[in-house]
Design a protein around this ligand. Structure first.
Ligand SMILES: Cc1ncc(COP(=O)(O)O)c(C=O)c1O
Length: 405
């Protein structure tokens, strides 16, 4: 049944593509909207607002659609570069959080000046970062709101030897966090706004794929990690409250973790990005069933041997720990596979084709990227498909002429 459905999906996409030049990136609007309804619904159920991670969308008109779909459930945008933050403020966005620190004076100037029309907060975790942004704040005549990044990694028994999670912030202990917040509060060009704590080891680890034993270990780690985070976040908030530094924002979560920790009472907003377009790295998160919304189409240009075709282009590789999981997956027609020794290449991607699949030269093959927004750095425009038609087109950041990082 699934295979039949995929075959009809393939003919639907083929019809939509018509004679569009390939490669082309596609967003299936029905799937995108269904994902948005599901994810905003989860946030609403947990009584939390959403911050949309622009890095995982990288297409202003899709962000605008999400703001429409989410309505009052959306609080603002989580951005990934200073130049992007400044541009979004100029476009009229009023609640921005740049989630990754910068010490570059020009970056800090842009963030500070964005605060003339928006609340453009910056994440920090070190006094050296605070000094630069506070200087920029004074020069711009604003107090830049700062959000402290709290390390959310899982360390069983608080041992430094085992660290499950990303390497970002050194801030972990409630007292150290409150000390930094207190110091920030005394600055002229900055003020303390709140906290962010992203549990990457919960959001990023697939629930399935490595056998039953591994799945059980992952489940147990996630459960313990979430429990530990609940108590450490609560402790941090109470230390801040005791010092009269009540955080006005506490951001956490990501597509892969909101279903599990979205109801943490310390958090008041959840970040969601990748789930809207549902790249394939999120297929193995048990708690949410997303629909593939983003794909890209390549042209079959060669038939190097029986049972093989070669497509033009295709090397849309995702960042992170290098490995097979970062390659795009051939998706439609169903049954195709990459060749392990060649993968998805810069100028060509060969595929193994099962005997029952007919794939003529010139036909399009659809692939799903491992990561969503990042793959759109390779495309100027997204074809917005509804049913078997291109309903409209949307420029990506790249198409707008921006490479924000
Ligand atoms: C700070 C932060 N929050 C949340 C996320 C999750 O984003 P997404 O929903 O796109 O996976 C990320 C992803 O790296 C992140 O860096």
């Amino acid at each position: 049944m699934g295979r039949e459905l995929d075959l009809t999906n393939w003919s639907r996409y083929r019809r939509a593509l018509g004679d569009e030049p390939l490669p082309a990136a596609l967003c299936d609007l029905d799937a995108f909207e269904a994902n948005a309804r599901l994810l905003f619904g989860l946030a609403r159920k947990a009584n939390r607002q959403v911050r949309i991670a622009t890095k995982s969308v990288r297409c202003p008109s899709l962000v605008a659609r999400l703001l429409d779909l989410g309505g009052d459930c959306v609080r603002g945008l989580m951005t990934f570069s200073a130049a992007e933050t400044a541009w979004l403020a100029k476009q009229g966005h009023t609640d921005l959080l740049l989630a990754y620190p910068t010490l570059h004076p020009r970056d800090c100037q842009m963030v500070a000046e964005a605060n003339r029309s928006a609340r453009a907060a910056l994440v920090v975790d070190d006094w050296a970062q605070v000094e630069v942004i506070a200087r920029a704040g004074v020069a711009a005549g604003v107090r830049v709101p700062l959000v402290l990044d709290v390390d959310a990694s899982y360390r069983p028994f608080e041992s430094a030897r085992v660290h499950l999670g990303v390497r970002r912030s050194p801030l972990r202990a409630a007292r150290a966090i409150a000390d930094l917040a207190e110091r920030i509060a005394g600055e002229r060009g900055a003020c303390f706004l709140g906290l962010m704590s992203y549990e990457a080891q919960v959001a990023g680890l697939p629930d399935r794929g490595g056998g039953a034993l591994q799945a059980a270990a992952v489940r147990a780690m996630k459960r313990r990690s979430i429990a530990a985070l609940r108590s450490s976040r609560a402790e941090i908030v109470s230390e801040l409250v005791a010092r009269k530094l009540v955080p006005t924002l506490f951001n956490g979560g990501g597509t892969g973790s909101i279903a599990l920790c979205g109801d943490d009472p310390s958090l008041d907003e959840l970040t969601i990005g990748s789930g809207f377009l549902a790249s394939h790295l999120f297929d193995h998160i048990d708690a949410i069933a997303l629909r593939p919304a983003l794909s890209f189409a390549l042209q079959v240009t060669r038939r190097p041997a029986p049972g093989l075709v070669t497509c033009a282009g295709g090397g849309v590789i995702a960042s992170g720990e290098a490995g097979l999981s970062r390659l795009p997956h051939p998706w439609l027609p169903p049954g195709l596979s990459l060749l392990p020794h060649e993968g998805a290449g810069e100028v060509q991607t060969p595929l193994r084709v099962p005997a029952n699949v007919e794939l003529p030269l010139g036909a399009p093959v659809l692939f799903r990227p491992a990561k969503a927004g990042e793959s759109l750095e390779r495309f100027n425009e997204l074809l917005l498909v509804r049913g078997a038609q291109i309903e409209s087109r949307a420029q990506t950041y790249r198409g707008h002429g921006f490479a924000f990082g």
